[in-house]
Design a protein around this ligand. Structure first.
Ligand SMILES: [Zn+2]
Length: 380
C-alpha cells in the first residue's frame, strides 16, 4: 500500500516576514536570493497536486526550550535585539550586516569579547548573506516552531508505523513522510553564529527535540536514533558543528567540494570524541549528473545510513543542486529529483523533509515536489 498523501506544514508568516531587499554577491549589491517567492513557487506546485499533498497551517508553540537546546543564549539574545540597536546606531534599514568578521589570523593575538553592535555583528555572523531585519528573529522562530510541529507528528506517525510493521499489516517499503515548508532555512546556522541565509537550525532543533523526549526510547532504552541526510548543494556546516561530538544524530551530507561555505565539508571531518565516525561528508564535483548523484546517494545510504539503524530520517531538502540554479548547481535535472526521493524512501524509516536551499524559482515547485512524490513512490 502506497501512502497517498504527504502532509505539508507551512504558514503565511514564512512569506511575510524576513524580506531583506538586497544582499552582496560577488562584490555587487543584488536581489536577496532567499526570497519569499521561493516558498510561494513550491506551494503553488503542491496545491495543484492535491493527490499527493495535504497542506496545513497548524502550528503548535513549543516555546523557547527546544531552540535553547541547540543555540547559545547570547546568540539568541543578539538575534532578537540586533536590528533595533542597528537602527539606533544609524545602520541601513535593509538590515544588520557585519563590517568586520574576526578572522582567526587576527584574533590569534588575543581579543576582548565583542561589546558594541558592529563587533557583535561580526562575532555572530560568518558572511554577508544573513541580513537581520526587524522581524528576522520572529521569522526564524516561526520556521522552527513549524518544523517542531511536523516533528511531533512524525513521532506519532512513526509509532503507528512501528505498530503496523509489528502486526504485519505494513512493510518497510512505504514509510510515512512529512514536509516542513519553511524559510529562512537552517543548515548553515551553527550553535552561536548565523550565515548562509540561516539563523536558527531547524533540522538540528527537530533532531534534538526527538532525542530529548523522555518517553521516546529505542530498542536498547536509549533515545531514538536519527539520521540526517543533507542533500542541499552546500555543506551544512551548522548541523555538522552542532552535532560534531555526539553519536546521535548521524549527520551525512553530499555537497559541492569547492563552493560555499568553502572552509567546511571535507571528507576528513568525521566527528570527534563520542561523535567520531558519526559525521559523513561526501564532497562532489560540479559536473555531478542525475546518475552520479543517485548512485552516490544510494551508496551513502547503504554504507552509512542503513548500518546506523535510524528510527527517523530528517532530510535537509535543498534543490540548489539543480543545473540552472542561479547561485549554485550541479548538473541535476528535474527528472533527477523523484529518483533522489525514491532512494530516501528505500531507507524504510519515517522521514521528515525540511526545506533548505534552492533558488531557481521557476523550477522550485517541480524539483521539490518531484523529490517528495518520489518518496511517496509516485510517478512524476
Ligand atoms: Zn544551499
Amino acid at each position: 500500500m502506497t501512502p497517498a498523501l504527504m502532509k505539508v506544514y507551512t504558514s503565511k508568516l514564512c512569506t511575510t516576514m524576513h524580506t531583506p531587499e538586497f544582499e552582496f554577491l560577488s562584490g555587487a549589491e543584488t536581489q536577496y536570493y532567499e526570497s519569499p517567492q521561493r516558498l510561494d513557487a513550491i506551494l503553488a506546485y503542491l496545491e495543484t497536486h492535491s493527490d499527493s499533498f495535504e497542506i496545513t497551517e497548524r502550528v503548535e508553540d513549543f516555546g523557547y526550550e527546544p531552540i535553547q537546546r541547540v543555540h547559545k543564549q547570547d546568540f539568541l539574545d543578539y538575534l532578537e535585539t540586533a536590528y533595533e540597536e542597528w537602527i539606533q546606531e544609524g545602520g541601513h534599514p535593509n538590515g544588520v550586516l557585519p563590517a568586520t568578521i574576526p578572522h582567526h589570523k587576527v584574533t590569534r593575538l588575543g581579543k576582548a569579547k565583542a561589546s558594541n553592535l558592529l563587533s557583535k555583528a561580526g562575532e555572530y555572523c560568518f558572511d554577508l548573506s544573513a541580513v537581520i531585519t526587524k522581524d528576522t528573529f520572529k521569522a526564524a522562530w516561526n520556521a522552527a516552531q513549524i518544523t517542531l510541529t511536523a516533528t511531533k507528528d512524525l513521532v506519532r506517525l512513526g509509532a503507528e508505523y512501528e505498530q503496523s510493521l509489528a502486526s504485519g499489516a505494513q512493510s518497510r517499503e512505504n514509510p510515512p513522510g512529512l514536509y516542513a515548508l519553511v524559510r529562512p532555512p537552517g543548515h548553515h546556522a551553527q550553535s552561536d553564529i548565523c550565515g548562509g541565509y540561516c539563523f536558527l537550525n531547524n533540522v538540528a532543533i527537530a533532531a534534538q527535540w526527538i532525542i530529548d523526549q523522555p518517553e521516546l526510547k529505542g530498542r536498547d532504552g536509549q533515545p531514538k536514533k536519527i539520521a540526517i541526510v543533507d542533500v542541499d548543494f552546500h555543506h551544512g556546516n551548522g548541523t555538522q558543528e552542532i552535532f560534531y561530538s555526539v553519536s546521535n544524530p548521524l549527520y551525512t551530507s553530499m555537497h559541492s567540494a569547492d563552493d560555499y561555505p568553502y572552509f567546511t565539508g571535507s571528507a576528513l571531518e568525521k566527528g570527534e570524541g563520542e561523535g567520531l565516525g558519526f559525521n559523513v561528508n561526501i564532497p562532489l564535483h560540479h559536473a555531478t549528473t542525475d546518475d552520479d548523484y543517485v548512485e552516490i546517494l544510494d551508496k551513502l545510504i547503504l554504507d552509512h545510513v542503513m548500518p546506523y539503524q535510524p528510527d527517523y530520517v530528517i532530510v535537509s531538502l535543498g534543490v540548489d543542486t539543480f543545473k540552472d540554479d542561479p547561485i549554485a548547481g550541479f548538473l541535476v535535472t528535474s527528472e533527477g529529483y523523484p529518483r533522489i526521493g525514491n532512494s530516501i524512501r528505500k531507507i524504510g524509516v519515517p522521514t521528515l523533509f525540511v526545506q533548505e536551499g534552492g533558488y531557481c524559482v521557476e523550477k522550485l515547485g517541480i524539483n521539490v515536489g518531484g523529490m517528495l512524490q518520489g518518496f511517496l513512490g509516485k510517478k512524476v
